[in-house]
Design a protein around this ligand. Sequence first.
Ligand code: DC
Length: 224
Amino acid sequence: MVWEAGKLGGVEPDRLIVTIDGPGASGKSSTARRVARALGIPYVSSGMLYRAAAWVALKEGIDWADEDAVLAALGRHRVELVPSMEGDRVFVDGEDVTPHLHTTEVDRVVSPLARHPRVRAWVNRRLREIPPPFVVDGRDMGRAVFPEAPYKFFLWADPRVRAERRARERGEDVATVEAELIARDRRDRAQTEPAPDAVYLDTSHLSLEEVVARVVEAIRRRDP
Ligand code: DC
């Protein structure tokens, strides 16, 4: 189902931003991608920009704990996020680095790196340059980056349920994945907060299809 722009009521396409935030493995990226497809608009993954920053830091062999060095490295490269309905691509100096962004090495570095305020500002500037309409997922899109977005969602799920989902995806052990998720939740906590006006969805007992249907339904219900 692709919605026509007119079906989104009073929201003009150039103001149409749907934010979907939540902790790791809450299903936000799968949800965001499908909602974007249902609405017929691009999907933007903010995590990909943090991953790109981590990749640049790793490639240059710089200490990711040194915020000045990370920013200097980012300043030496042209990082572009190309949004799409199917999944974003990231280019560094014209090279498509997307396949290198979901490695264990990047996973390990990205979360502490994302705590640097000026790295967050660097990511946020890039996100704000993207012309709406789009669906964006992350940790703090609704609260910190796009407070003006007309549609905001925050997805939650029990750590055990999230661990089961991720372990299934990656063929790993549930208990190990759960311990890693809880540790990552703790590290990401400061930046993972629902916007006060976000629709909060506990997805622990919902399938992906049900979550997508609820998000699309909530958008439809809130049309003028
Ligand atoms: O969504 P993801 O797993 O690709 O995100 C990768 C990391 O980036 C995650 O550990 C936390 C960080 N992140 C963030 O701090 N703020 C965002 N808006 C998105 C991601």
